[in-house]
Design a protein around this ligand. Structure first.
Ligand SMILES: Cc1cc2nc3c(=O)[nH]c(=O)nc-3n(C[C@H](O)[C@H](O)[C@H](O)COP(=O)(O)OP(=O)(O)OC[C@H]3O[C@@H](n4cnc5c(N)ncnc54)[C@H](O)[C@@H]3O)c2cc1C
Ligand SMILES: C=Cc1c2[nH]c(c1C)Cc1[nH]c(c(CCC(=O)O)c1C)Cc1[nH]c(c(C)c1CCC(=O)O)Cc1[nH]c(c(C)c1C=C)C2
Length: 541
């Protein structure tokens, strides 16, 4: 969160709303930095982890399988992933860390073209030539060649616009946006490129245009500047703070940064929930942490004299009074419970909305149903096609899982023994819905979503009806799971942060997907660390 946070008095009481990875890591960092403070985490559900959910279930034959019903991979290059790896080391769960090599087939990403064919996103000269012969590449070459010479148009320095409008201006055509980038927007935001904020999701490119008049000119200059981001000790600025805050071994952290920068994807054996489960178990042992499950926070209010914050749960029952309150929940949910009603202007509370993703898992235990040329991370669907099934994309979990390498091989003996041939299987996650569900969406039934998933797998991957009908299926509607980063979001966020700072005088902070740099797991973890650190440094009243 931008802006200063109040320094904590000794033995301070801290409340945390939300027991997802943001709330858990914030609690971990703060309670470790300040063992004198007492932290209470409020989680509305009977389990922690939030959208991180690695479901342990059984296939049609009763054999155990794990299906990810939320995130599954982490960006290797980011600070948050390094923080998570180091926490896992402290929790003695580091052997769960695994990675995918850049050259791995699991790092091949595909787009669906208008003929229902998978086209690989280029990562070599050959794939680039192949891609250029597909209509998905229309407008790319002319857009690229002319980009430096295109003016800025009438956009003023601080103005926001949709990502579609920004990219179309820079490329001199709309095709690059609707063919290519719209698919990437599906695969991260489940959103429509025409309503996403350019400043929020590609702020750096907008800054390049502001500063250098062109994205290409800006990225060329930035490449040389970027090198400064690693300090002489081999740490990034954030990891350097972490090293100091927790007296960590600098060389081990530098090693993680260097290694992870080489890996496009990091995962965990047993699924990403290995992290939140282990962290929850650890926090449950700490005398200065209290986890209150099945407690939904309804609203918060500040005592005008003492600055203490009272937290009310269901039926307006006060569940605690705190020196500092951390809120990690999605801002679009604040309206429902009236979290800030009477505290923040109504027009600010009305703005945020979210996207719902329909997640369908498919499992076939007996064979790899993906052909050789289909092996990859998965495919995304661009917006430039009719899409009655409302498909956003499909992840090929079995390909990712089969290509993971352990980051810490268990022991030296394991290095020399040939791994057992794993039985072939197919595991896919089909993601539907998102912006296609519309503003006042009604969630389709499990049958409707699974039928749309079957239709997609049959028509795009050629999987037979028989294999589809006899596989294991799971469905979950991840309601309002991703904040909608509307045009003007950065200004909205800044206004909310300013109002919160004024109203709560640095005693309340905001985290989670809506307030971190981006919506990914590593982003929210980095944000948790930075704010916990800020509160320990803090300012005095
Ligand atoms: C389908 C999907 C796929 C994704 N894939 C990836 C990926 O591959 N890689 C990646 O890096 N990121 C991915 N993400 C993003 C990732 O899931 C988020 O970054 C992360 O889960 C955010 O964690 P959080 O703790 O901020 O929020 P959440 O997980 O939303 O946790 C918030 C918690 O607060 C609780 N809560 C809500 N309201 C209240 C209340 N009033 N009182 C008490 N508790 C409350 C909720 O029950 C929840 O447990 C994906 C997200 C989705 C939805
Ligand atoms: C098709 C729908 C979705 C897929 N993943 C998500 C949706 C909505 C959600 C999601 N995926 C990622 C993030 C975090 C982003 C970040 O800032 O780290 C979120 C919120 C990770 C991600 N997924 C894809 C990319 C390129 C990234 C970022 C980097 C990485 O982790 O590799 C691409 C992608 N997502 C999906 C598919 C099918 C796909 C590509 C084929 C599914």
């Amino acid at each position: 969160m931008q802006g200063p946070l109040k320094c904590l008095p000794s033995n301070a009481r801290i409340g945390v709303v939300g027991g997802g990875i943001s709330g858990l890591t914030f609690t971990y960092f703060l309670a470790k930095l300040r063992p004198d403070v007492h932290v209470t985490v409020f989680e509305s559900k009977p389990r922690t982890g939030g959208w991180i959910h690695s479901l342990d279930t059984k296939d049609g034959e009763g054999n155990p399988i794990m299906l990810e019903q939320g995130p599954r991979t982490l960006r290797g290059v980011s600070d948050g992933t390094v923080l998570m790896a180091d926490i896992l080391k402290d929790l003695k769960k580091h052997t769960s860390l695994q990675y995918v090599r850049k050259s791995s087939r699991a790092n091949k990403k595909f787009l669906l073209d208008t003929n229902n064919q998978l086209v690989q996103v280029p990562n070599s000269l050959i794939t680039l030539l192949k891609f250029c012969s597909n209509s998905l590449s229309n407008g790319v070459v002319s857009g690229y060649l002319g980009e430096r010479f295109r003016g800025k148009g009438s956009r003023s320095q601080d103005e926001d616009e949709s990502l579609h409008s920004f990219i179309s201006r820079r490329m001199g055509n709309e095709k690059v946006s609707t063919n290519l980038l719209s698919a990437v927007c599906h695969g991260i935001y489940a959103d429509d490129i025409k309503r996403l904020s350019a400043r929020k999701v590609m702020g750096k490119l907008v800054d390049f245009e502001d500063q250098y008049g062109s994205i290409l000119r800006g990225s060329k200059r930035d490449k040389s500047q970027n090198k400064k981001e690693i300090t002489p000790s081999g740490l990034t600025p954030v990891i350097s703070l972490y090293e100091n805050a927790f007296s960590k071994d600098r060389y081990k952290l530098a090693r993680l940064i260097k290694d992870f920068a080489k890996y496009p994807m990091i995962g965990l054996a047993g699924g990403l929930e290995t992290f939140t489960r282990s962290l929850t178990q650890e926090l449950a042992k700490w005398p200065n942490v209290n986890l209150e499950l099945q407690t939904q926070v309804q609203n918060v209010s500040k005592d005008p004299l003492s600055s203490h914050i009272t937290v009310n749960a269901t039926d307006n029952v006060a569940v605690g009074v705190f020196d500092h309150l951390r809120i990690t929940t999605n801002p679009s949910t604040w309206r429902e419970t009236g979290l800030f009603s009477g505290q923040l202007p109504q027009e600010l509370l009305e703005r945020p909305h979210s996207n719902t993703v329909l997640l369908v898992n498919y499992y076939w235990p007996h064979a790899d149903l993906l052909r050789k040329e289909q092996q990859g991370f998965g495919y995304l669907v661009p917006q430039n096609r009719t899409n009655p099934e409302q498909l956003l994309g499909v992840i090929f979990d079995s390909v990712i899982e089969k290509n993971y390498k352990p980051y810490y091989p268990m022991d030296t003996k394991a290095l020399f023994t040939r791994p057992l041939r794993r039985p072939e299987y197919t595991k896919l996650t089909i993601m539907l819905g998102g912006h296609y569900l519309g503003e006042r969406h009604t969630t389709p039934t499990a049958n409707t979503a699974i039928s749309a998933a079957k239709y997609s797998l049959r028509n795009h991957l050629g999987i037979s009806q028989d294999h589809l009908d006899n596989g294991t299926w799971k469905f979950v509607a991840a309601q309002n799971c991703l904040p909608q980063f509307f045009v003007g979001y950065p200004q909205w966020k800044q206004q909310v942060e300013e109002d919160v700072l004024n109203k709560f005088a640095g005693h309340l902070s905001l985290g989670g997907m809506g307030f971190a740099k981006g919506p990914g797991v590593p982003d929210v973890v980095t944000d948790s660390f930075l704010d916990a650190y800020k509160m320990v440094q803090g300012f005095q009243e």
